[in-house]
Design a protein around this ligand. Structure first.
Ligand code: NAD
Ligand code: DAU
Length: 359
């Protein structure tokens, strides 16, 4: 009976991961979800599993040493799966400090607590412990028209977000090199799927189109991202926890490179087809909503991940192709309008006004 400490489990990927794990392992595992519930954390994301006896939610900040220490003192943690982060590039451009605090300091606090809890008095670590640090392909910087990010690609982050993630990766690497701390790092490409906060491109396009609002496309719309369905990311993390070689980093990507404008047009077209004939919103959804706006500062041009290592060593491959994943995602947002309403009330409107309305 393994105990997993999942940080940031109330966010987009964390909540999908927790659902995936409890579905797969049922009562053979215990999950503790430590999340401070920032604007991006939402317990509604875990409504279906919150009653389970082998799931516990703890509201707490990973920067708070006392809380983190108490979690390790009160539970025999076998696996740390560290998602908690400030995750949105645009917000990092406005307020870098919050990113340094959670992403760098928070990771340092967690590493220190796990290190203390797992090290044996005579040296070395208690067997079968692992810390998996969930990171991003953005640490590698930006590609031109050709090439891929490999695990050996030098780090070259450009935004305060990616710089803070790179710093947190370096902290994990320093623990590996200094203490032989039992860790893996995963660097994943852009995720999409259910429960993503509508500040990120795909849910934002769905939300704006449904509400007849302009769809902001940064710059020329030709920046490229490599999209991965979120369940495939959850599966990859589980497989790295099980089969990944200790101390290694693994890139995770979907081989699904798309320009932003392709993504936006695809979503608008799917929405037009999916909505019932009688649905009034059908009238106002069209590609005419697409509006080119000022580019993101320091906007990385292209990300593309080489996933050869995780495929060869761990046996992972993505199951969901983009055509299927994007349809499932649009369907999910249409079926969960209450969820969207819940999180787009209050501060969300103010945020959109500041960030997106035709800058
Ligand atoms: P998210 O913003 O949806 O969720 C982040 C979660 O962390 C929220 O529940 C939030 O409440 C929590 N959190 C934030 N600060 C905290 C703190 N100080 N203490 C405790 N909890 C805190 O993020 P996401 O998109 O699910 O990303 C999760 C992780 O995956 C991040 O580390 C991100 O860098 C990484 N990642 C994301 C993507 C992507 O496409 N979304 C791709 C690759 C890697
Ligand atoms: O690559 C992995 C990263 O993917 C993760 O580490 C980050 O946490 C995650 O937020 C995501 O970062 P991006 O900046 O790539 O994602 P975002 O959805 O914000 O933007 C995707 C692309 O779309 C990017 O080129 C910017 C563009 N964009 C975004 C928004 C929100 C627009 O053109 N218009 C928009 O309104």
């Amino acid at each position: 009976m393994r105990t997993y400490l999942v940080t940031g489990g109330a966010g987009f990927i964390g909540s999908n991961f927790i659902r995936f794990m409890l579905e797969k392992y049922k009562f053979d595992i215990t999950i503790i979800n430590l999340d401070s519930l920032t604007y991006a954390g939402n317990l509604q994301n875990l409504k279906e599993i919150e009653h389970l006896g082998n799931y516990t939610f703890i509201k707490g900040d990973i920067c708070d040493k006392k809380i983190v220490q108490a979690v390790f003192d009160n539970h025999e943690i076998d696996r740390v799966v560290h998602f908690a982060a400030e995750s949105h590039v645009d917000r990092s451009i406005k307020d870098p400090e919050a990113f340094v605090k959670t992403n760098v300091l928070g990771t340092a606090v967690l590493l220190a607590a796990a290190n203390k809890a797992w090290c044996k008095p005579g040296g070395g670590y208690t067997e079968n412990k692992k810390f998996l640090h969930v990171s991003t392909d953005e640490v590698y910087g930006s590609l031109g028209a050709e090439g891929y990010f490999y695990e050996s690609t030098p780090y070259s982050p450009h935004s305060p977000y990616s710089a803070s993630k790179a710093a947190s990766d370096m902290l994990v690497k320093s623990y590996i090199d200094t203490y032989k701390f039992p860790a893996n790092i995963t660097n994943c490409s852009n995720n999409y799927g259910p429960y993503q906060f509508p500040e990120k491109l795909i849910p934002l396009v769905i939300h704006n189109a449904l509400n007849g609002k302009k769809i902001p496309v940064y710059g020329d719309g030709l920046n490229v991202r490599d999209w991965l369905y979120v369940e495939d990311h959850a599966k990859a993390i589980d497989m790295v926890l099980e089969n990944g070689r200790l101390f290694e980093s693994y890139n995770i990507g979907g081989h699904n490179e798309k320009t932003n404008i392709e993504i936006v047009k695809t979503i608008v077209d799917i929405l037009c087809k999916m909505l019932d004939k009688e649905d009034k919103r059908k009238k106002h959804i069209s590609r005419d909503l697409i509006t080119y706006v000022e580019d993101r500062k320091g906007h990385d041009r292209r990300y593309a991940i080489a996933s050869d290592k995780i495929k060869a060593e761990v046996g992972w491959h993505p199951d969901t192709c983009f055509d299927e994943g994007i349809r499932k995602t649009v369907r999910w947002y249409l079926d969960h309008e209450e969820w969207v309403e819940g999180i787009t009330s209050g501060d969300y409107q103010k945020y959109c006004e500041e960030m997106y309305v035709l800058r």
